[in-house]
Design a protein. Sequence first.
Lengths: 113, 114
Amino acid sequence: DGGITQSPKYLFRKEGQNVTLSCEQNLNHDAMYWYRQDPGQGLRLIYYSQIVNDFQKGDIAEGYSVSREKKESFPLTVTSAQKNPTAFYLCASSGTRGVDTQYFGPGTRLTVL
Amino acid sequence: DQQVKQNSPSLSVQEGRISILNCDYTNSMFDYFLWYKKYPAEGPTFLISISSIKDKNEDGRFTVFLNKSAKHLSLHIVPSQPGDSAVYFCAASVYGGATNKLIFGTGTLLAVQP
């Protein structure tokens, strides 16, 4: 089955710790994205990558970092510099021709204790 | 600056009736629009899209209408079913732009009452 997987579903971390969220896709998509959703708000773009070994900051990149070493994988690290890391994190992927529909993973709920 | 706005945070509709979800945008460069449906603690799923060369696109019970002069689009669900209860997001982009970035609205929570 083709799709996007995110792990883990729920993640807890202590304040001051870095944590890495996993995102893998087998849709053969070139582009991948990370969004954050907070209660009552829409999806806000953190980082995106249109090709391997290249990525760009989205609207709220501060306190986050990413890598894109493989086409299938786009891990997101939430660093201790992120002031309000507790949120629901969503990964998506798409093609890169015109506006290709973005397909989303199931999300990871990160809670900072 | 919210470029895509969904001014109704919630909507309640009776089963079998029509649900109309609205979305406004401010950037006249947007020419491609999408609707996503999202259940709690899950990722959004794509519903339907429309490009600016059309004013209507239909897929089963779902129809999206685009009014470019008013910078307004709407999603109609007919007939509404209890399983349609979810948060609906509209998103906008520029077709063929340098990136495939989507700008999302804040969502509308639809509750379909049996």
